[in-house]
Design a protein around this ligand. Sequence first.
Ligand code: MTE
Ligand code: MO
Length: 331
Amino acid sequence: MHVFTRRPWDPDRQRLTPPEVFANRGHHRRAFLAELASGALGVTCGAIAGCGRPDEQTVRKAGAVPGIDQTLARFYPAPRNPAFRYERPETRRRDAAEFCNFYEFTGPYTKAVWRYVDRFQPLPWQLRIDGLCSRPTTLDVDALHARFRLEERAYRHRCVETWAMCVPWTGFPLAELLRRVEPLPRARYVRFVTASRPEQMPYLRDEPTLPWPYTEGLTLAEATNPLTFLALGVYGEPLLKQHGAPVRLVVPWKYGFKSIKSLVRIELTDSRPATFWNTVAPHEYDFTANVDPEVPHPRWPQTTEWMLGTRERYPTQPFNGYGRWVADLYH
Ligand SMILES: Nc1nc2c(c(=O)[nH]1)N[C@H]1C(S)=C(S)[C@@H](COP(=O)(O)O)O[C@H]1N2
Ligand SMILES: [Mo]
């Protein structure tokens, strides 16, 4: 039985700030209504004026972090790590940048995120790493790029809502960062926290009762697994805002909600931290959240997934196909 009769993220509860109020631009309103009609109400997109899909330049321009390319150009593209392969076609950059999940901006409206990130100003940024460690530290975006050996990894991503994508992240293993802060022996978990900026993130104001800031957590063993990646870029460029600029986590064997965006804090703890979706709906989103085709979500099966852009379907793989890397974590 569900605890919530009307879940805060159900469409009838949506109070997303109309874009004409937030952005004061007429074309945003048309696009927003088109999104509502095609997505939430199930009307076909072709019937709605102004419903054409944005091109790659439009979604990239909307999400680019002002000033970031000039300062960081020398780090991109980073060398590709040949150990990782999608084993299916790469998702097109435009498709990944247009369809995102970033609740702070649009709640459940995945196709509208890129339209709502314009007020988000990621620079300057500070990532604090602290808690149960000997050498807590704070890193800005330059230090995150300059002090670690960056590489590109071709990873599959599987959202709990059954969409999937294959994208090349630029970054470094989280283990490298954790090693440098020297976790204390009693550290058992790692807690991750997203920025919380109501004046830049409209959905924080639209749904103030959700447990912001968005938080996530891993065991220390999961966090130091070589697959666990701190991403600064995607498709050979610094992250767009809608992908979690300027720094996000990528945990490819878990459902996408564990891959927390726009990180401001990484904290070592001795007990399991509370996390956003596990707090909102514990019966739907467990803490561990490993991809598993045999465990259905209470409202849909998890046996197959569909790719952004092409809508091609694939069978869901245990651990999203990364079992070889992570099975020893779960004996
Ligand atoms: N802070 C924050 N991080 C987040 C989310 C979010 O809403 N807020 N959504 C998660 C979910 S459910 C998914 S599937 C991925 C989506 O990443 P993408 O939008 O870059 O494809 O981000 C994850 N990280
Ligand atoms: Mo997701």
